[in-house]
Design a protein around this ligand. Structure first.
Ligand code: ATP
Length: 337
């Protein structure tokens, strides 16, 4: 059996705690990661509002380099500068896939007990790119770019994710009845790529119908793949389905790197009090462990988190408990041991 002195597999992990509760949930998460039989080398980088004030930039080149030279990055939260920091890091690292799991946990405000699906969102094009907008004499125009290369890449990622994670169905989401060229192409590519995965069921829905089905039959989804803006909107609908932001992790994946972060922001209203819920950050670490291929450790941490939520004895205020951030971390550490 390995001990902390003979930990296996050394990884360089970029740690960017950022603003507000980011550093609190990060500290809690690192304390539980240190209980696993994996050797992490943490390299800290600055980013966010406080960094902007201190250095004049919200995302210094040094931080980009730290992320680039790591095996993966854990990111806490950024306040007002969040979009600049995350959008820039996604671009710099060419992180083309945004993954948002939607899963119901016990003792939360989930609409149903059996929700468990993954939204795979294209992150590099579509109707979400600020420099594709311009003012015109009549008003303004935004260009929605859909390329075969980027859509094939994200759709293939979604099918491969399904295959690797024992999922039996992938749902392609578009609006091809109206956007016949751009979303028509997305739909064609969805089925073309799907042919490579004969064992996985394929279905496609219009985005408006999907928005409704997420409420009426959320248990029927396993993996959803869609373009940038549709993915953005459906992801937040997914957060609402399982009871809000406090428990939701996310991943940004590229060929040269990956970044894992909770969906919530810096929560200035509770920052500095030590009462933030660290579970969204810890579930982001679970996603990181799976990305690194450390599935056994990921399962260990995931089950410990599930146990804490099921027992409901040590929970933070957002889940109607009274525990501190570090008390939740300590409980999870005990369960891992
Ligand atoms: P930002 O400007 O950084 O996005 P925000 O307050 O607008 O901050 P969030 O940080 O996502 O947005 O917070 C929204 C609400 O949810 C706040 O009331 C916050 O306290 C609460 N909240 C967010 N994350 C957590 C958490 N991890 N634990 C407890 N409460 C949280």
């Amino acid at each position: 059996m390995s001990t902390s002195k003979t930990k296996e597999n050394k990884y360089k992990i970029a740690i960017v705690p950022g603003d507000g509760i980011g550093s609190e949930v990060m500290e809690a998460t690192i304390s539980v990661l240190n209980e696993l039989d994996i050797d992490f080398d943490y390299i800290y980088g600055e980013a966010g509002d406080a960094c902007l004030e201190k250095t004049g930039t919200a995302l210094p080149q040094e931080t980009i380099d730290i992320v680039r030279n790591s095996d993966a990055c854990l990111f806490g939260a950024a306040g007002e500068t969040a979009a600049d920091v995350i959008v820039k890091l996604r671009q710099e690292m060419k992180m083309f896939a945004n993954l948002r799991p939607v899963k119901s946990y016990p003792n939360t405000n989930a609409l149903s007990e059996n929700i468990d699906f993954m939204i795979v969102r294209e992150n590099t094009e579509g109707l979400y790119i600020a420099d594709k907008e311009e003012f015109t004499d009549e008003g303004a125009i935004a260009k929605r770019v859909i390329t075969r290369e980027a859509e094939e890449r994200i759709i293939d990622y979604a099918f491969q994710y399904a295959k690797d994670n024992g999922k039996s169905k992938v749902t392609g989401v578009h609006k091809a009845n109206v956007l016949k060229k751009s979303d028509g192409l997305f739909k064609d590519i969805f089925y073309e790529v799907g042919e490579k995965y004969p064992d996985i069921e394929k279905e496609d829905f219009y985005v408006d119908a999907t928005a409704m089905y997420l409420i009426t039959q959320p248990e029927n989804f396993e993996v959803i793949v869609t373009t940038n803006l549709f993915g953005d909107i459906l992801s937040d609908e997914g957060a609402g389905l399982v009871g809000g932001l406090g428990l939701i992790p996310s991943a940004n994946i590229g060929n040269d790197g990956a970044l894992f972060e909770p969906v919530h922001g810096s929560a200035p209203d509770i920052a500095g009090k030590g009462i933030a819920n660290p579970i969204a950050m810890m579930l982001s670490a679970v996603m990181m462990l799976r990305y690194l291929g450390e599935n056994e450790s990921a399962d260990k941490l995931d089950s410990a988190i599930l146990k804490v939520l099921t027992e409901a004895k040590v929970l933070t205020g957002d889940l109607s408990g009274s525990a501190t951030t570090m008390e939740v971390a300590d409980e999870i550490k005990n369960l891992i041991k």
